[in-house]
Design a protein around this ligand. Structure first.
Ligand SMILES: NC(=O)c1ccc[n+]([C@@H]2O[C@H](COP(=O)([O-])OP(=O)(O)OC[C@H]3O[C@@H](n4cnc5c(N)ncnc54)[C@H](OP(=O)(O)O)[C@@H]3O)[C@@H](O)[C@H]2O)c1
Length: 296
């Protein structure tokens, strides 16, 4: 029995599509909530058991993991300790955890909690098999919380303010590549059991080129206005001192300058991971945006 969390989410949906496409032969049980959009699951005709509840509820988790052999936990790292403990109690053999490259940030506020959770879990390797997947920033459709906002901003505004030079490296990963990776990890157990993988996008791209690339996919002529870093920090400081619910902090401005490129070489070697580059992946997201706005 395969147990899945987060199957109704942005990358979970791609994982589900792949399970269906490949006619996954085993039994599947997944956790959903009352308000989850389960239409894809329901229309698939695929035999998947749904259990309703929250991952915050430890007794619930323990009760629904009976008879489970493998867990693919996509929902969020914040639930990972509970998921792993419930799995251990149920003598589950292997958990695949979708975490984040956020643990590599040099800013403690961004990485500390991820490191604490992940390293705590990895101490339990003598009790259960653990594979950790670490995506970079995820994009790919209206279901993402990052790039879609940028697409919308660039569509609606002529000027784009850029804090600093924008030459830091990014490597966003498409949700479809992740959904496929979850499946391939599962199917390559002999290589992926007890391993850790960074799952980044097909190529590194400078932040400024990423913005240009979205702008070009939208067929807009946005002007990028570079605000020198020192001035950006000063402006963020003043803004934060004057505003109660500031939407950007000084540290966020600094974190934007960090390189966020991570090699996926190990994943390519072990399960043939071969993600698409951003320029290719963003086209579909822009098309969806324009279609939903009625501009296509
Ligand atoms: N977004 C990024 O850029 C980024 C970067 C690196 C890593 N990650 C991590 O990568 C993973 C996959 O991301 P994603 O974009 O596929 O996530 P997502 O779209 O946010 O989906 C989250 C899923 O978790 C479920 N969920 C959330 N809280 C739950 C709860 N209390 N009980 C039961 N189910 C719950 C949601 O169910 P509903 O359908 O009911 O909402 C949904 O299926 C996540 O762990 C995310 O933290 C994200």
């Amino acid at each position: 029995m395969l147990f899945v969390t987060g199957i109704t989410g942005h990358t979970g949906k791609w994982f589900l599509k792949r399970l269906i496409e490949e006619k996954y032969p085993g039994k599947i049980r997944c956790v959903v909530r009352e308000h989850s959009d389960t239409s894809l699951l329901d229309q698939s005709g695929f035999d998947i058991e749904k259990v309703y509840g929250s991952l915050e509820d430890q007794p619930f988790l323990e009760s629904v993991m009976t008879g489970v052999e493998t867990v693919v936990h996509i929902a969020s790292i914040v639930f990972s300790e509970k998921v792993v403990d419930a799995a251990i109690k149920n003598q589950v053999k292997w958990v695949v955890l979708v975490h984040t490259t956020g643990r590599y940030s040099k800013y403690k506020s961004a990485s500390e909690e991820y490191i604490r959770i992940e390293d705590g879990i990895l101490k339990k390797l003598d009790l259960i098999g653990i594979t950790v997947l670490r995506p970079t920033i995820i994009y790919g459709s209206s279901g993402d919380r990052n790039m879609y906002k940028l697409v919308d901003y660039l569509f609606r505004h002529r000027f784009f303010p850029m804090f600093g030079k924008g030459d830091n490296l990014m490597q966003p990963v498409h949700a479809r590549d992740l959904g496929n990776a979850y499946y391939d990890v599962l199917m390559s157990r002999e290589k992926t059991f007890n391993r850790e993988y960074n799952l980044s996008g097909g190529a590194t791209i400078k932040y400024i080129d990423l913005v240009r690339s979205v702008s070009s996919a939208l067929n807009r002529k946005n002007s990028i206005v570079k605000i020198p870093l020192s001035l950006s920090i000063l402006a963020a400081r003043i803004y934060n001192a004057m505003t109660k619910n500031a939407i950007i902090s000084v540290e966020q401005v600094l974190r934007m300058q960090e390189d966020k490129d991570f090699s996926y070489e190990q994943a390519s070697r072990d399960f043939g991971y071969s993600p698409m580059p951003f320029e290719e992946g963003i086209k579909g997201e822009v098309e969806e945006y324009l279609r939903l706005r009625g501009n296509l």
